[in-house]
Design a protein around this ligand. Structure first.
Ligand SMILES: Nc1ncnc2c1ncn2[C@@H]1O[C@H](COP(=O)(O)OP(=O)(O)OP(=O)(O)O)[C@@H](O)[C@H]1O
Ligand SMILES: [Mg+2]
Length: 161
């Protein structure tokens, strides 16, 4: 379950890959289909920014675990010019080059944690996390197993999702 997925972002075609890989990892980690879609959408917006505003970069996704929760973390990195007015870019409607300026704020809303760091000279790194909220049945099972920390259960395969 410690798989790490790296998607190189160079063109529009890679957005499809990023989206598919995000969705696949999210479902391997037991996220609901809805959450997997939200994660995939956020990642594809950030990947699209790399294609449109920089040209190339990469997204790394993996499982993140803390004592009582687990989730998915994605890190998007590029060596572009950085985001000049970051505060404004994170607010809606601040686009350049004809976009709508919804990508960054939209992606931020879809994820639980969202951090943008621009290098002092070049580069932008966007780190996004989504935490997985176990449902009641899962909590009950965990309790029965003896509490054990948060752990993804790919076998969970809830048919309702
Ligand atoms: N990786 C990046 N490198 C440099 N600048 C970026 C990067 N990502 C975003 N930006 C800047 O932040 C602005 C806001 O990004 P956002 O995705 O919200 O809007 P947009 O890409 O312009 O339009 P939209 O995504 O709605 O089509 C962009 O216009 C661009 O100037
Ligand atoms: Mg955008």
């Amino acid at each position: 379950m410690d798989d790490e997925v790296i998607v190189e972002i160079n063109s529009d075609a890679d957005l499809v890959t990023a989206r598919a890989e995000a969705r696949a990892l999210a479902s391997r980690l037991g996220f609901s289909r809805t959450d997997a879609t939200l994660i995939a959408t956020a990642l594809s917006e950030i990947a699209r920014n790399i294609v449109v505003h920089v040209g190339r970069g990469r997204i790394t996704m993996r499982h993140v675990r803390e004592e009582r929760r687990y989730g998915l973390v994605a890190v998007a990195e590029d060596e572009g010019p950085g985001i000049r007015h970051l505060g404004a870019a994170l607010a809606e409607g601040n686009a350049s080059r004809g976009g709508l300026g919804l990508g960054l704020p939209g992606a931020r809303r879809l994820m639980d944690e969202f951090e943008v760091v621009c290098g002092s000279v070049r580069g932008t790194t966007v780190t996004m996390k989504k935490w997985r909220i176990p449902d009641e049945l899962e909590l009950l099972r965990q309790k029965r197993r003896g509490g054990g920390g948060a752990r993804p259960n790919p076998a969970k395969a809830d048919p309702r999702r």
